[in-house]
Design a protein around this ligand. Structure first.
Ligand SMILES: [Zn+2]
Length: 165
């Protein structure tokens, strides 16, 4: 695996021209230049793992959209995995952030009433897809007390990005 630094973001790349996995972590902002590296990262399938993206600003999301459009333009099929909450928020407002890619899993804010834990829960779309598209939040076990956690927001605000545009 090769890890490179791009301003406030690091990218760990693995895989080959059939399927490449890019794990991104840090801040997506004006310091980040991803488009220059498209040639080295192209593949038939590109899996974008974004759990580590903690903050995004408007210039950063613009760079991201150039980046995913460039991957698409190079013929890649995109898959989004473990999307961070801040990226999901952007996907809900701007379809081009998802760029036609399938979302396999993403993070959402969850809350456990029993032990007062707030947690960023990972939701698997292949398991919960039907309920999610009906705007029903899956019940998830609390990692601390094993009680039932509930979504800490309105489902429509979080899951809107799963509906095809
Ligand atoms: Zn709990």
């Amino acid at each position: 695996m090769a890890t490179t630094t791009h301003g406030n973001l690091t990218v760990s790349a693995s895989g080959d021209a059939a399927e490449r996995r890019l794990a991104l972590a840090g801040r997506l902002d004006e310091t980040v230049a991803l488009v220059d590296h498209l040639g080295g990262w192209g593949a038939e399938v590109v899996v974008l793992e974004t759990a580590g993206i903690q903050a995004i600003n408007s210039l950063g999301i613009r760079e991201w959209m150039h980046f995913v459009a460039g991957l698409n333009g190079g013929g890649a099929r995109l898959v989004h995995e473990k999307c961070s909450e801040v990226l999901v928020e952007q996907m809900c407002f701007i379809p081009a952030v998802r760029a036609g890619g399938a979302v396999r899993s993403f993070h959402a804010p969850y809350y456990c009433q029993r032990c007062d834990l707030e947690s960023s829960a990972l939701i698997d779309v292949e398991i919960h897809g039907e309920g999610l598209r009906a705007m029903k939040a899956p019940g998830l076990p609390c990692p601390q007390c094993k009680g039932a956690m509930t979504l800490a927001d309105v489902p429509e605000r979080i899951f809107a990005f799963l509906v095809e545009h």
